[in-house]
Write a new protein. Structure first.
Length: 270
């Protein structure tokens, strides 16, 4: 496919949710690549029905509309593309190198710096044949680390200086463009899954996996080719498609490219 530019950035002082806005736009047929960014969200969405809050003007709150032609099992890779691009942007603009916690968090020393939320509308018109509208939103704690006691951190806290949200968004969209192109080919998807595996601080950790109908513990052993977490348990290997993962302690080699030495050894907030 030709490259997606992410050139159309729609800016809002306040929205209920940039994800909700772009999902509505997708249903109206707007093309791939549109970006929504808000200074404040009145009903920001987090994973698993949670809310995502931050004071006006403090954090980066942005969503992108993708329309990839992807088998449903590989839609996880859209989350990975945005998470990896966000990590690149934090490194380039702030000198902070987060690790990725499966499936959607960016952590520094086990504290949450950013979260990614992908929402899909398979019926939204407007893309190429066989495509799916996927809105991927990201909240980066730039100036505000999240509610007290929630275990978050911010770029301000980590660097001791204010970080420009526009520069961060520009870097993120630049880092996303190539990865979006990669989503369109089998080789690109394989490279993306490899990159995700290399950057995933969850691998090697003793983890507790919380599912809608219970929980289990094991050691995070791998990400499979479509990005599902493979956990080694006493009963054998178990693939996790969706769920909440808590890092308990590190048991083996972690990420090979972006690892934060000594950052994954202790229990941390989820
Ligand atoms: C999570 O960690 O639970 C994911 C949080 C995702 C928050 C972002 S902020 C911009 C975009 N719009 C939303 O309503 N949510 C995402």
């Amino acid at each position: 496919m030709s490259g997606v530019g992410f050139d159309e950035v729609r800016r809002f002082a306040t929205l209920d949710s940039t994800n909700r806005y772009l999902l509505d736009q997708a249903r109206q047929g707007v093309p791939e690549g549109v970006v929504a960014v808000a200074d404040h969200q009145s009903a920001g969405r987090g994973r698993l029905g949670r809310t995502w809050e931050s004071p006006a003007g403090s954090n980066l709150l942005a969503s992108v509309l993708l329309r990839p032609v992807l088998p449903p099992a590989q839609l996880h890779l859209c989350t990975a593309a945005v998470a990896l691009a966000t990590a690149d942007a934090c490194a380039a603009v702030a000198g902070v190198a987060p690790t990725l916690k499966w499936p959607n968090d960016l952590l520094v020393d086990e504290r949450k710096l950013a979260g990614v939320l992908a929402e899909v509308d398979p019926g939204a018109p407007g893309g190429p044949a066989g495509s799916v509208a996927v809105v991927v939103g990201v909240g980066v704690n730039v100036g505000w680390p999240g509610p007290p006691g929630a275990g978050g951190t911010s770029l301000l806290e980590l660097t001791g200086r204010p970080v420009d949200r526009d520069a961060l968004l520009d870097a993120l969209l630049g880092a996303l463009a190539d990865r979006r192109t990669g989503l369109g080919t089998e080789g690109g998807r394989r490279r993306l899954a490899d990159e995700w595996r290399d950057s995933c601080g969850t691998l090697g950790c003793r983890v507790r996996v919380e599912l809608s109908d219970g929980w289990f513990e094991g050691t995070a052993a791998d990400l499979d080719e479509v990005g599902h977490l493979v956990v080694r348990t006493t009963a054998g290997l178990r693939a996790v498609l969706a769920g909440d993962v808590i890092h308990l302690r590190t048991e083996g080699p972690g990420p090979t490219t972006r690892g934060q030495p000594g950052s994954r050894g202790s229990p941390g907030p989820n």
